[in-house]
Design a protein around this ligand. Structure first.
Ligand SMILES: *Cc1c(COP(=O)(O)O)cnc(C)c1O
Length: 431
């Protein structure tokens, strides 16, 4: 694979951008590799600066669902561009998008747009604290909710420890209000709730995507919901990945949960910067200008992002069958790859839900943080590099989700399976 142009870009980038990248995972450090530079994207494919073509399972970390450079989306956005790129004033399309989302998520009676998922989660957290008058937050180890201070916290060793910052620059005084529980473990949540009467909210990815895909076990989310209700603690579903991806109505539709607040992002902007948070009106009405919780944004409800989002969500609404197709495609891929891995004696487990999946190099089912973290990263690195060499781009880390788009068809599945056949054969014999 030729890399001269990408390598040259990367060297130039490192001189003026920290680490050469605008978001850390793009540097490919965890697979000890160097990034390729994208020139353009179409359908399921990325085309790089050296003339390489990659079948893309990253799909802008799940933000792309129709496939890259969808013609309908281009037309919608082009129309919007001619009408101006930002107003800093109200426009009718933001109501249309809000109505579509609120009509899809019954738990969201009212919602507000932001410019990123980070802002959505940060704002939902402030609102929960403002509404309850409490400071504490319970999050789950391995769940990611963007990079706001309070949420950039992981557990120390042991369950239910006080949060320690995951990053320099996060004040310990703030991180101490974030308590970390274990996914799929209600006892770890109850332990924290019993110990503290200062908990404002629980925030969770209902289907984990940011430790790789991990599914909630039977009864886990329901249990969480009733524990929160009993104690007047707000339940926040971070559906920035899962919203409009695992089902049109997100994970809360699948599991029948009624969270107090929900965060959205990624898909709802059709590849443009966006986020949203919403929930019960009695909470949302606490936001400025009518309430006492401040939240704002120059580019919030940006007319171009909103028109892109409206196009994507309207398309998905009118074509509900695409979810069955994505589920079928991901299921077929998972079955075949699992069979190939078994044939070559490579320990491998795939977790998948509709349009998202992760293959863990693990000899056991992955149902929580510990099991995911125990996966063989060395094998993943060789899988990643082998697949890239075959023209297939999976996430440059074991602990990320892969995404199906509506342009992933039979040809793409077959190409992936053929490549897996080769790569797993190499992994198997080298063990
Ligand atoms: C991506 C992501 C975010 C952050 O969204 P940004 O737009 O990157 O700020 C928050 N929560 C979850 C679950 C995410 O996957």
């Amino acid at each position: 694979m030729k890399k001269e142009n990408s390598d040259r870009h990367f060297e130039e980038a490192k001189r003026c951008i920290p680490g050469g990248v605008n978001s850390p995972v793009r540097a490919f450090l965890s697979v000890h590799d160097r990034p390729f530079y994208v020139k353009r994207a179409k359908g399921s494919y990325l085309y790089d600066a050296d003339g390489n073509t990659f079948l893309d399972y990253v799909a802008s970390w799940g933000a792309i669902i129709l496939g890259h450079a969808d013609e309908g989306l281009i037309a919608a956005v082009t129309g919007a561009l001619h009408e101006g790129t930002s107003y800093g004033a109200c426009h009718p399309y933001e109501i249309e998008l809000a109505r579509l989302i609120v009509g899809t998520f019954p738990s969201m009676e009212s919602m507000r747009l932001t410019t990123s998922g980070t802002e959505a989660a940060m704002s939902a957290l402030r609102l929960a604290r403002g509404c309850t008058g409490k400071n504490g937050v319970i999050k789950f180890r391995g769940c990611y909710h963007g990079h706001a201070d309070s949420l950039l916290v992981k557990a120390g060793s042991g369950l239910a420890t006080f949060g320690i910052p995951d990053s320099a620059g996060v004040p310990a005084d703030l991180a101490k209000h974030t308590r970390v529980a274990e996914f799929n473990n209600l006892d770890s949540v109850a332990g924290i709730m019993d110990e503290s009467d200062d908990i404002a909210c629980v925030i969770i990815e209902p289907v984990m995507g940011n430790m790789g895909v991990i599914l909630p076990e039977e009864g886990f989310l329901k249990g969480l919901e009733s524990m929160c209700r009993q104690r007047g603690i707000l339940l926040i579903f971070d559906e920035v990945i899962t919203g409009f991806r695992v089902a049109f109505g997100g994970a809360q539709h699948i599991y029948g949960i009624d969270p107090d607040l929900t965060c959205l992002g990624k898909i709802i902007g059709g590849g443009f910067p966006i986020g949203a948070f919403g929930g019960k009106k009695k909470f949302m009405d606490r936001l400025a200008p009518i309430g006492d919780v401040y939240q704002a944004g120059t580019l919030s409800g940006n007319p171009v992002a909103v028109r892109a989002g409206l196009y994507v969500l309207s398309f998905l609404k009118e074509n509900g069958h695409v979810y069955d197709r994505m589920r079928e495609t991901a299921g077929r891929l998972a079955d075949q790859v699992t069979r190939i891995a078994a044939r070559y004696g490579v320990a491998y487990h795939i977790n998948s839900m509709t349009g998202m999946f992760t293959g863990f190099f693990s000899d056991r089912d992955v149902t929580g943080y510990e099991a995911a973290a125990a996966s063989d990263r060395g094998l993943y690195e060789r899988f990643f590099k082998g697949m890239l060499e075959e023209g297939i781009f999976f996430a440059p880390s074991q602990f990320e989700a892969s995404f199906i788009t509506l342009t992933s068809g039979d040809a793409e599945i077959q190409k992936t399976i053929n490549a897996c056949e080769k790569v797993f054969r190499d992994l198997g014999t080298a063990q």
